[in-house]
Ligand binder design. Structure first.
Ligand code: ADP
Ligand code: ZN
Length: 294
């Protein structure tokens, strides 16, 4: 089977062709411009690739309910040229194969479940901490959608007593994204996040916010594994800090084998940053199977 994958991001689009085993035959990346600039290039690239299906992991917010009349439409986003753009329908006009779209973080979560460190596990939380914070959730093997899609990056957290910065989310006074995404760290310290190597307090505060959020995800979703990705998590020193704080905040309330093995419970992504595109290909495979079953 030849599967197309599209990882639609705010700054770049990653396109690939591969197979259901996760082998990638060909992959390119193009900058994200306006839909009029970018979508014709995507269509052109796939036009001679002979794909059987296409899966898309897309920046949010996006309508991910297959039953909705606006399935595959970008919703209100700060990326103004994309507001209410019918991405899926526009692609379907020219690429006549089964397609499925989900959020980028759900795509990454799925990629890890099928090909990566969460293989064989069916309840997983995938958190990406970069320019924003996104959370993909799978419960019982199914990616969670609901009325929209979970926006757990905006979960409310308690302010760290030593944090002199502010929550920069335009909507919330004390949410995870507003306090812990890359731009928030940079505003707090007036430095690029990767230049904060020597600032222990910066990582103490950062790990506290992430740990608070993870505890809430653990208590609500009961995931068997939590995967952390995104630019900020390149700071691998965060992992031991987060694990320690999660254990402390849970305070012995839950006793599971997973939580006793924190090093294998809260982990970095495992697919060399291909988790999103591999997840997109898997969405394509599902679209193909669902079409066949009709
Ligand atoms: P995006 O979220 O836009 O897809 P990234 O996941 O790369 O992109 O996240 C970008 C954010 O991550 C920026 O705010 C940047 O400062 C931060 N970042 C990138 N690399 C590092 C690093 N090595 N250490 C700390 N922060 C980083
Ligand atoms: Zn917020």
């Amino acid at each position: 089977m030849r599967l197309g994958g599209l990882e639609a991001g705010g700054t770049k689009m990653v396109l690939c062709v591969g197979d259901e085993k996760g082998e990638i035959f060909e992959q390119i990346s193009i900058p994200t411009g306006t839909p009029a600039e970018t979508v014709p290039d995507i269509i052109k690239w796939f036009s001679d690739k002979n794909i059987d299906a296409l899966g898309i992991g897309c920046f949010g917010p996006v309508d991910v309910s297959p039953a909705s009349p606006t399935y595959g439409q970008i919703l209100d986003t700060p990326k103004l040229p994309w507001v209410h753009y019918d991405l899926l329908k526009e692609l379907q006009k020219d690429i006549k194969v089964p397609m499925k779209i989900d959020t980028d973080v759900n795509g990454s979560c799925l990629g890890e479940m099928v090909f990566g460190c969460a293989k064989g596990i069916d309840s997983v939380v995938y958190v990406t901490i970069g320019t924003g914070i996104g959370v993909g959730i799978a419960i019982g093997g199914r990616l969670v959608h609901g009325m929209l899609h979970p926006e757990a990056g905006h979960i409310i957290v308690n302010k760290h007593p030593e944090d002199k910065g502010n929550c920069i989310c335009p909507y919330h006074d004390s949410c995870l994204e507003g306090l812990a995404a890359g731009p928030s760290m940079e505003k707090r310290w007036n430095k690029k996040a990767y230049d904060l190597e020597d600032n222990d307090l910066a990582w103490e505060i950062e790990s506290e916010y992430i740990a608070q959020a993870l505890v809430n995800y653990i208590l609500t979703v009961s995931p068997q594994k939590i995967i952390l990705g995104g630019g900020v998590m390149n700071q691998t020193r965060l992992f031991p800090l987060i694990r320690k704080k999660v254990t402390k905040l849970l305070n012995g309330y839950l006793n599971t084998p997973e939580l006793k093995d924190m090093d294998n419970y809260i982990v970095p992504n495992s697919l060399n940053d291909n988790q999103g595109i591999l997840g997109a290909m898997e969405l394509g495979r599902q679209a193909y199977d669902e079409e066949k079953a009709k």
